[in-house]
Design a protein around this ligand. Structure first.
Ligand code: AMP
Ligand code: MG
Length: 402
C-alpha cells in the first residue's frame, strides 16, 4: 500500500487524467438537438449568407453619387421608379442616374443601386424623392457574402453550440452536425452510513447527496450520468457495482471510501481490476482522490464530503470530460474580483476557497469541509496556487464561477 502514500501535485494529476482520456467519438445529430453539444467537425458555409445584397433599413435604393452634398436646404431630387417587394428579386427594377427605388428592410437591392437612404432622411412629393443627407457607397446595405462567404468556417470544431449558434445553423440550412458523443459517466456512492434520498436517516446515517450533485453537474456539462446506487463498504458490493457499471459507461466515478484507511475500499477495488495511477492529490479540499483505469476506462475515487467531491470534479475530472467532448476552449467561466479578506494557505497545497461575490468583492466563506451550506451560498471558487502561503486582502483574484 506504500505507493498510496505518495501525493501527486495538481498539474501532474491533470496530466495523468489527460493521458488516459479517451478521444472524442463523433456522431451526426439533428441540429435541433445540437445546443449544448460540442462540434467535432467545422461547420462550413456552403453558400454566401445572406446570398443577396440586402437593405438594412426602410428607404430608397440609390446610386450614392446622386446624393453627394445633399442637405435639408439643398436636397438631392430623385425620381422614384418603383417599389421592391419583400422576398423577391425585382429584375425589372434598375436604378439609373437621377432615379431611386423604394426598398423595405430586408429587400433585395435592385441592379444599379449601391446604397440605401433611410426613409427618415427623405421627403416625398409625388414621384419625387427629396434626399436630405448624402450616403456613402454600401451604406445601409448588407452585402451578399458579408455574414458568411461560401467556404468560410461558420462554427469551428471544439465549440459548444450556443442558442445563437442554433440560429446560425438554421440560417445556413444545416439540419445536421457532427458532434462528440456524450460520455456516459457511472456514479457509485459508497459508505455504510449512506441511505437513499427517499429514506429517513437513522442515527449516524446520511442521505446520499453526492450522486444527485454529480449527476446534475455531469448532465449540465453535456455528459450522460448513470446512477448505480449506494454500495456498502465491502469488497463484494464494490465488485458487483463495478461489474455492472464498467460495461455500460465510458467513465466511472465512485464517491467516498477514497482515503487510505483500511475501511476505504475504492483503491483496492480499482487496483484489483486495473491500476491506480494517483492516490492522493495536493489539493484542498479533495486530497483523498484516486485516479485509476480499468481496461481503457478512467475510474475515479472522489472524496465523500460533497464539497470536496465537487471541487475534485471541477479541477480533476472535468479536464477528462472536456477532452472526451473535444472542447477546444475551457468553458469554465471566471470573473475578476477583489479579495475581501486575507486567505492563509498551506504552501505546497493548491487550495480552493468558496467565495460569495458582492459588487466585485469576493468574500470567503469559511466553514468545516462537511458543510453543504457554504457550497450553496457561494458563487464560485478562488484558487490559491500551491506555491503561495495565501492571498492578501485586496488582491485581485479570478473567481471560478459555478
Ligand atoms: P469518506 O470519503 O467515505 O471517508 O466520507 C467522508 C464524509 O463524506 C463522511 O462524513 C461521509 O458520510 C460523507 N459522504 C460520503 N459519501 C457521501 C454521499 N454520497 N453523500 C453525502 N455525504 C457523503
Ligand atoms: Mg465512506
Amino acid at each position: 500500500m506504500s505507493r498510496f502514500l505518495q501525493i501527486t501535485e495538481v498539474p501532474d494529476a491533470v496530466a495523468t487524467v489527460l493521458r488516459i482520456a479517451p478521444d472524442p467519438v463523433p456522431e451526426e445529430i439533428l441540429s435541433e438537438h445540437a445546443p449544448g453539444r460540442v462540434l467535432c467537425v467545422d461547420v462550413i458555409a456552403r453558400e454566401d449568407i445572406p446570398g443577396f445584397d440586402r437593405s438594412v433599413v426602410d428607404g430608397f435604393a440609390v446610386r450614392f453619387e446622386d446624393t453627394t452634398g445633399a442637405t435639408d436646404s439643398a436636397p438631392a431630387l430623385l425620381q422614384c421608379t418603383g417599389r421592391v417587394q419583400m422576398g423577391v428579386e425585382e429584375r425589372r427594377l434598375t436604378v439609373g442616374p437621377g432615379t431611386c427605388v423604394y426598398i423595405p428592410t430586408g429587400g433585395v437591392l435592385p441592379a444599379g443601386a449601391d446604397a440605401v437612404v433611410m426613409m427618415e432622411q427623405t421627403d416625398t412629393a409625388g414621384d419625387t424623392v427629396l434626399v436630405k443627407r448624402p450616403v456613402a457607397h454600401g451604406e445601409n446595405v448588407l452585402m451578399h457574402d458579408e455574414d458568411y462567404r461560401r467556404g468560410a468556417v461558420i462554427l469551428p470544431a471544439g465549440r459548444r453550440i450556443s442558442p445563437q449558434d442554433a440560429g446560425v445553423l438554421a440560417a445556413c440550412g444545416r439540419t445536421s452536425v457532427t458532434v462528440a458523443k456524450q460520455p456516459v459517466v457511472g456514479i457509485i456512492s459508497t459508505g455504510n452510513e449512506l441511505v437513499p434520498v427517499t429514506a429517513t436517516p437513522g442515527p449516524g446515517q446520511v442521505r446520499d447527496a453526492n450522486a444527485s450533485m454529480l449527476a446534475a453537474y455531469l448532465h449540465e456539462y453535456g455528459c450522460i450520468p448513470r446512477l448505480y446506487g449506494i454500495v456498502r463498504d465491502e469488497h463484494g458490493s464494490f465488485e458487483a457495482a463495478l461489474s455492472k457499471a464498467l460495461p455500460e459507461c465510458d467513465v466511472v466515478l465512485l464517491s467516498g471510501g477514497s482515503s487510505k484507511d483500511d475501511r476505504d475500499m475504492t483503491a483496492g477495488a480499482i487496483a484489483g481490476r486495473g491500476e491506480v495511477l494517483v492516490h492522493g492529490i495536493t489539493i484542498a479540499p479533495g486530497k483523498p482522490t484516486i485516479i485509476g483505469r480499468i481496461g481503457k476506462k478512467p475510474v475515479f475515487g472522489l472524496p465523500g464530503h460533497p464539497a470536496s467531491a465537487y471541487v475534485v470534479l471541477l479541477v480533476i475530472v472535468r479536464p477528462l470530460l472536456s477532452h472526451m467532448l473535444g472542447e477546444k476552449r475551457s468553458s469554465l467561466r471566471t470573473t475578476r474580483a477583489t479579495l475581501g479578506e486575507s486567505l492563509p494557505s498551506q504552501k505546497g497545497r493548491e487550495e480552493y476557497v468558496r467565495v460569495r461575490l458582492e459588487g466585485g468583492i469576493a468574500h470567503p466563506l469559511f466553514g468545516k469541509s462537511g458543510l453543504l451550506n457554504t457550497l450553496v451560498q457561494s458563487d464560485g471558487l478562488v484558487r490559491i496556487p500551491a506555491g503561495l502561503e495565501g492571498l492578501e486582502q485586496g488582491s485581485t483574484v479570478d473567481v471560478i464561477l459555478w
